[in-house]
Design a protein around this ligand. Structure first.
Ligand code: ADP
Ligand code: MG
Length: 335
């Protein structure tokens, strides 16, 4: 027998909150929360539509982990500490196996990042997941896109191009290739990166006190770098030869050409790493975090006068087919 809306909520989305700040949670008309003095609330909402943001054959657990991880990435970009989230769930039907697996994936990530589910909405329709995350930052200390200054060094966390490589392998070519022929460790690496892209929460919190600007890379490095450039009224000069690419992908030339990897690192989306800038006088602080293995990041360029993004290869200006400044990344409703 199919579950009703309220049985679904009670069974799969009601958990004892971990934070005393949660005054009212799931089961009330509204959630009520208290914010500590001297903190500010940061919020972000993301919607995932089946067939657009994840393939139709994704497992419910994978859909849940991707939905929450990608939303948390926005909190990371602000240097925020995750606290609470709400969940808008539109389901074609109330399949208990689906709900069990989805709920398992959701709370797996929620537990890892100490975030409480405090409410939501459950409706019937084409599979769509909306997550709104809430976090806190010290008063006035949140990272933003608008304060990069000429002379700052540009850094990126982790590796780039994994999201696009994953899409290529898992979505575009999955029907044409035998999974058996694909190196198992590459497949596992990319599946994890796509469905569980670890939000850089800790890195965001650690760089917040001294980074001049930050953004999470969801639409591709070029597109997101151009957002910082525009907000800060500067140009971001990026060295293509410095872009960090996962060794496991470089070591799979039968699957991915060097050209593909470079182009994905530059303009593929879905990496959920942090792009940030640091003033020269603060570089020592970042170096200490990197040396102590608390932040994994590398320098990919410098902030200069001008606008947009410029690219360099071995110190020489480099032009992509579509000019870097024109590159807009993935955009819904773009004609
Ligand atoms: P109302 O009719 O008062 O708007 P709902 O019937 O939509 O409330 O939801 C009942 C309670 O369950 C509310 O507290 C709501 O926040 C919560 N809720 C609904 N759907 C979800 C969900 N998918 N995850 C978590 N909480 C949910
Ligand atoms: Mg109500």
């Amino acid at each position: 027998m199919s579950l009703t809306e309220f049985e679904i909520i009670k069974q799969y989305f009601t958990r004892q909150p971990r934070y005393a700040s949660v005054v009212e949670s799931v089961g009330n008309d509204c959630a009520t929360v208290s914010l500590e003095p001297n903190k500010q609330l940061t919020m972000s909402m993301d919607t995932l539509v089946a067939g657009r943001h994840f393939p139709f054959d994704a497992t419910p657990e994978q859909i849940a982990t991707r939905a929450l991880c990608t939303s948390l990435s926005d909190l990371a970009a602000m240097g925020a500490t995750p606290l609470w989230f709400t969940l808008g769930l539109t389901l074609p039907n109330a399949d208990e196996d689906w709900l069990r697996s989805f709920s398992h994936g959701l709370f797996y990530v929620a537990d890892q990042f100490n975030i409480d589910l405090i409410g939501g909405d459950t409706t019937q329709g084409p599979l769509t997941i909306t997550v709104q995350v809430h976090g806190e930052v010290e008063m006035g200390q949140g990272l933003k896109r608008s304060a990069a200054a000429v002379g700052d060094a540009i850094f990126v966390t982790g590796t780039l191009g994994d999201g696009a490589a994953a899409l290529d392998l898992l979505v575009n070519k999955s029907s044409q290739r035998e999974y058996d022929n694909i190196n198992h460790s590459v497949l596992k690496y990319l599946t994890d990166r796509f469905y569980c892209p670890m939000p850089q929460i800790e890195a965001g919190q650690l760089i917040a006190p001294f980074a001049s600007s930050a953004i999470d890379i969801s639409d591709g490095l070029l597109a997101d770098a151009s957002h910082i450039a525009e907000s800060s009224n500067v140009q971001l000069a990026i060295d293509i030869d410095c872009l960090p690419i996962a060794p496991v992908l470089i070591q799979s030339p039968n699957l991915f050409s060097q050209e593909c990897l470079s182009s994905w690192a530059l303009s593929g989306g879905d990496d959920y790493q942090l792009l940030f800038t640091v003033g020269q006088e603060k570089l020592k602080e970042l170096k200490r975090l990197i040396d102590e293995n608390l932040v994994q990041a590398c320098c990919i360029g410098q902030v200069v006068e001008g606008s947009g993004v410029s690219l360099f290869l071995d110190g020489v200006p480099y032009n992509t087919d579509s000019s870097a400044n024109d590159y807009k990344g993935y955009q819904h409703f773009a004609s």
